[in-house]
Design a protein around this ligand. Structure first.
Ligand code: FES
Length: 151
């Protein structure tokens, strides 16, 4: 398989897991309804069915508080556990720049002013961009309170 295709495949797999986690969070599920685990932290397959996925730590995470700062002012966004910043913004009807929604294009790239945003290991961000404090809102999950400057 071509390395680029392999990378894209990984990003899409991560996105699917994110979507399932977000769906569980929207339904108010603190954990998958069948939380039988094999010790690996992953849900055991359900007989004859598909396995929804929720990050094992999602239920324990507190909602994130994201201050979106722009020349027009600030907007405080609460991000429920399991959702990305972009997903939470869309729930509130905010129209933030985005395109692929899987961390592959950089359309949602914004600068983190303070706080911590968890990102997948593999995204379109370069090491230099990460070091400069850029994050991707489509795959970024806040830890606690963060401030993001919208460009
Ligand atoms: S929308 Fe493409 S990287 Fe976020």
């Amino acid at each position: 398989m071509h390395p680029l295709a392999r990378s894209l495949s990984r990003v899409l797999a991560t996105s699917r897991r994110d979507l399932l986690a977000a769906t569980a969070a929207l339904r108010g599920q603190a954990a998958p309804p069948f939380s039988v685990r094999d010790g690996s932290g992953w849900p055991a397959p359900r007989e004859g069915g598909r396995v929804p996925w929720t990050p094992p730590e999602a239920a324990a995470m507190a909602p994130g508080r994201v201050v979106l700062r722009s020349p027009q002012g600030e907007h405080v966004l609460l991000v429920p556990p399991g959702l990305t910043i972009l997903q939470a913004a869309r729930r509130e009807g905010l129209d933030l720049p985005s395109s692929c929604t899987v961390g592959g294009c950089g359309a949602c790239r914004q600068r983190l002013v303070s706080g911590q945003v968890d990102l997948p290991a593999r995204t379109c961000l370069t090491e230099q961009e990460r070091a400069q404090g850029y994050v991707l809102l489509c795959v970024g999950r806040p830890r606690g309170e963060v401030v993001v400057e919208l460009s």
